[in-house]
Ligand binder design. Structure first.
Ligand SMILES: [Zn+2]
Length: 266
């Protein structure tokens, strides 16, 4: 065998292993058979003293409403697990993840997502990739008037979320909404809002069987907002006022839990 052929064979082998691991990881994470391991890694997103301060004050309990939300909402679809997720808070990481490309070109995006996965693997300090563990990197920023945070994101391949959050304890509940949203992206949930940020009817609404014009008090988590009585889109104050809708439930494989609990007719 020539060296060239051998090299191609090795590359194909690595690719097959990577695809296999990605599949295995998704299978593990979306099985809803055991509490899912979730690691939260705080990062100072803007180098500010306020972000350092917020990170120093973080406790694992600050994220407990995320488990309460996942537990409550997955139970509606037949999953009975307490806790639903095992969330651990890791010490501050003093490096920032590679930023996504600004122009959004497909090739650059593919390259960046590989880069991000490689970066996450390097940060883990482990020889083997942490299969089946969701890694959420939360970058804290001091709030600035009129300045929006960069877009948070959640990648299904590699179970990685990069969340931009406000370094303000008063924002903790809303930060947790964003964290829960990106967490569900890593399990395969898709966004349910349109280009203007409005929830898409019916799948982006709580109580989707009601007419679209009926004002809501809760948001579908992947829409992130609800339309209130004044017609304005509102971000709910906390995860207590968020739900997982039927389409999101299907996307994150909750049908499996539903079948196990209530039996299947097919
Ligand atoms: Zn999203």
């Amino acid at each position: 065998m020539t060296f060239r052929r051998l090299r191609i064979l090795i590359l194909l082998g690595v690719l097959a292993a990577a695809l296999g691991l990605t599949w295995l990881e998704q299978y593990m994470a979306r099985g809803w058979r055991a509490p899912l391991d979730v690691k939260v890694v705080p990062i100072n997103g803007d180098g500010s003293a306020q972000a350092s301060e917020a990170i120093r004050a973080l406790k694992v309990e600050d994220f407990s409403d995320i488990n309460a939300f996942v537990e409550r909402e997955t139970a509606r679809f037949g999953v009975k697990q307490s806790p639903a997720i095992n969330l651990t808070l890791l010490p501050e990481l003093r490096r920032v993840p590679p930023a996504p490309p600004r122009d959004g070109s497909v090739l650059k995006t593919i390259f960046w997502s590989l880069q991000l996965r490689w970066w996450v693997y390097q940060q883990s300090g482990q020889l083997l990739p942490e299969l089946g563990t969701v890694k959420l990197f939360v970058l804290y920023h001091a709030p600035e008037d009129g300045v929006a945070l960069a877009h948070s994101l959640g990648l299904q391949k590699g179970l990685i979320g990069v969340v931009h959050a406000f370094a303000d304890p008063r924002q903790a509940s809303q930060n947790n909404i964003v964290i829960a949203h990106e967490f569900l992206h890593t399990l395969g949930a898709t966004d349910k809002y349109d280009a203007e940020g409005n929830p898409v009817y019916p799948q982006g609404y709580a109580d989707p069987e009601w007419p679209q014009s009926t004002p809501r008090h809760e948001a579908e988590i992947m829409a992130g907002r609800y339309l209130a009585a004044n017609g304005k889109k509102v971000m709910p104050p906390s995860l207590e006022r968020c739900v997982i809708g039927a389409q999101t439930a299907h996307e994150i494989n909750l049908d499996e839990g539903f079948k196990r609990r209530f039996g299947s007719t097919d």
